[in-house]
Write a protein that binds this ligand. Structure first.
Ligand code: NPW
Ligand code: FMN
Ligand code: PLP
Ligand code: K
Length: 550
């Protein structure tokens, strides 16, 4: 199929026409554009790199290496950055280690879910790299993993004995080298290599030589091995030369490397699938001084993926949902109460925009279309959202006033479907809501001829600017006639709670039939909804619950 391309402008929902040359120079279908443009998993944001303003010229310029705009440090530079952080910049080693260990744990959690990779062995060395491993083990415990620790050369400093006490208080087992099984593959899902960091030199001495060999023997990610645990190296794959990498080619081949502060030169030789950066504490002064180019961390995350994105086998992407059972006898009589309860759960879980819902409509041609909108109110009258009445959805709703809403609350493994008939809300209600919005959004609603093609972004920006000036005096911005709300009055609900092996819980509410007639008098919510087929007072059915592919 040949596709023509319409770009979507950022400020409003109008479109702009892109030039045909863009299309010609990138002869791709939307599908392969998607897969080449967004190759990383959903949790992985695009990498944005920030650099010190002055570029890479300076005292360290000769040795700070750059690959794909990211700086790599030599061993000496790594130690110097460490000293600067803990000297003039006022950090304590405890602080940095805590943040480093947390970064390691969050990186692991991004890739290896505790439901599949639960048993973690942290092998900790005598220095700060080992300390990072101890901290990571504690955080992993709190994230739902089952950690074990092998810490054969303990350091007697209070920081380390404190970390050990903290782990012991969580009943995390400490295993001596002798207690480790010959074959680590049967007992662990993740092996955290926290033996040596950037101060490693020479050849590994006992007992670490033996421990490193255990990891080498066990695992080679290039060989497809069933049931082999993954190796996560902290900062440096232990045994590798800090700058040259795995010189003899016989060292550890980690699946994941979590570089700390900035990757060291050896990280260039890392060819495993997951390279992360942690240590979100580098102040601009350090970045400037050492001419560091580092990626930005997304949102509030303690880690960011760097390096080449992993090759994804889309067909292998799946989650096994593990949730509390959702039973007929636990539900509310009124589906609206259950919706509110689940909505509160989504809020409490800190999910982003739990009010985002997919709205599906069909016009008279019967062809469905879906898009996200924001729920702006829910009560006995129904579910309310606001939009442009002249948009595609507006046109379709005028032709066919029935729609479906879909909420998906990732993290809670929950989905809610709501179907019903749709009406515009009153002008007064729309007015009231319109004026509660930020002024920028009010102007945006005037500017945006939603779902129409516009000549370019500049047109929208120009109109926006003009209106911004026009309404700069804080006066009322008039609501355009074509903008307002819709209310969907439900006639069907389905609450879905994901469960293991695809045997999900699905409960459906539909209006009760009274004397063989479906009650249709609004408001629906004064009626008893029935969960089809189980007797009074509420009747329930788990629809299609046991179809494994639902
Ligand atoms: N800002 C930062 O940069 C931050 C850094 N952080 C972390 O600190 C790490 C660097 O820590 P570090 O300096 O303590 O060094 P590290 O490599 O853990 O161990 C040194 C120990 O290993 C020993 N040892 C050395 N070679 C050996 C051999 N061949 N065989 C056997 N033993 C050997 C050496 O003994 P020695 O040879 O000196 O007698 C010493 O006891 C860094 O990579 C990162 O993980 C974060 O926590 C916070 C932010
Ligand atoms: C999370 C999210 C929330 C959105 N909320 C709204 C909204 O409340 N109202 C709206 O008109 N468009 C909203 N949009 C934009 C719509 O998805 C859509 O692009 C736009 O309304 C045009 O749709 P149409 O051409 O199918 O009518 C939202 C988009 C996203 C991703
Ligand atoms: C075009 C459009 N209209 C309306 C909304 C809802 O915005 P608000 O929360 O300001 O009403 C959104 C939200 O993304 C939107 O993109
Ligand atoms: K390491």
């Amino acid at each position: 199929m040949i596709w023509s391309l319409l770009g979507q402008a950022p400020v409003s929902l109008a479109y702009y026409k892109s030039s045909l040359s863009i299309y010609k120079t990138k002869p791709s279908t939307p599908l392969n554009r998607f897969s080449s443009g967004f190759p990383a998993p959903i949790s992985t944001p695009a990498i944005r790199v920030f650099c010190s303003k002055s570029g890479r010229v300076g005292s360290m310029a000769s040795s700070v290496q750059n690959q794909g705009s990211i700086s790599y440090l030599t061993q000496r530079e790594a130690a110097e950055v460490d000293e600067t952080l803990m000297g003039p910049l006022g950090f304590s080693v405890d602080q940095l280690m805590e943040l480093a260990g947390l970064s390691v744990a969050t990186s692991i959690a991004e890739v290896y879910k505790p439901s599949e990779y639960n048993r973690v062995l942290a092998i900790c060395g005598p220095g700060n790299n080992g300390g990072d491993g101890l901290v990571a083990a504690r955080h992993l415990y709190h994230f739902g993993y089952k950690p074990f620790v092998c810490y054969p050369k303990r350091t007697q400093k209070p920081l380390y004995s404190g970390l050990v006490t903290q782990l012991e208080s969580l009943s995390i087992p400490f295993l001596s080298v002798n207690e480790l099984p010959m074959d680590l593959s049967k007992d662990f899902d993740i092996l955290v290599d926290a033996m040596f960091g950037f101060s490693f030199h020479g050849a590994p001495r006992p007992p670490f030589d033996e421990l490193i060999q255990k990891l080498v023997n066990l695992h080679n990610y290039e060989q497809v091995q069933q049931k082999s645990p993954v190796i996560v190296s902290v900062d440096i794959p232990s045994g590798w030369h800090v700058e040259e990498g795995d010189v003899g080619g016989e060292g550890i081949k980690p699946d994941m490397l979590v570089s700390l502060t900035a990757p060291k030169l050896c990280a260039k030789k890392f060819s495993g699938p997951h390279h992360f950066l942690g240590g979100r504490f580098v102040p601009p002064a350090i970045a400037e001084k050492y001419k560091l180019c580092l990626p930005q961390y997304p949102g509030t995350s303690m880690c960011v993926r760097i390096g080449k994105p992993p090759q994804i086998d889309i067909s292998a992407l799946r989650e096994n949902y593990i949730s509390p059972e959702f039973r007929e006898d636990q539900v509310e009589a009124d589906p609206l109460d259950l919706f509110r309860k689940w909505f509160d759960d989504a809020m409490t879980a800190g999910l982003k925009e739990p009010n985002a819902m997919a709205l599906s409509t069909t016009g008279k041609d019967g062809k469905p279309s879906s898009r996200m909108v924001l729920l702006k109110g829910v009560d006995k009258g129904g579910f309310v959202w606001y939009t442009n009445y002249e948009s595609q959805k507006g046109r379709e709703l005028s032709e066919n006033p029935h729609a479906s809403l879909l909420f998906y609350w990732d993290g809670l493994n929950r989905q809610v479907r709501v179907e019903g008939s749709v009406q515009k809300v009153s002008e007064e209600e729309s007015e009231q809501y319109f004026h509660s919005r930020p002024r920028g959004s009010q102007i945006g609603a005037i500017v945006s001829k939603q779902s129409t093609v516009v000549p370019g972004r500049h047109v929208l920006h120009q109109q926006y600017k003009e209106l911004e000036e026009k309404y700069s005096n804080e006066g009322l911005i008039p609501k355009p006639k074509h903008w307002g709300g819709y209310r969907l009055q439900p006639n069907r609900f389905e609450f879905w709670q994901g469960q293991t092996s695809r045997l999900h819980d699905r409960l459906e509410y539909s209006p009760q039939e009274i004397d063989g007639k479906r009650s249709s008098s609004p408001p629906w919510f004064s009626q008893t909804f029935q969960l089809t087929s189980i007797p009074l007072p509420i009747t329930c059915k788990k629809s299609k619950q046991i179809n494994p592919e639902d």
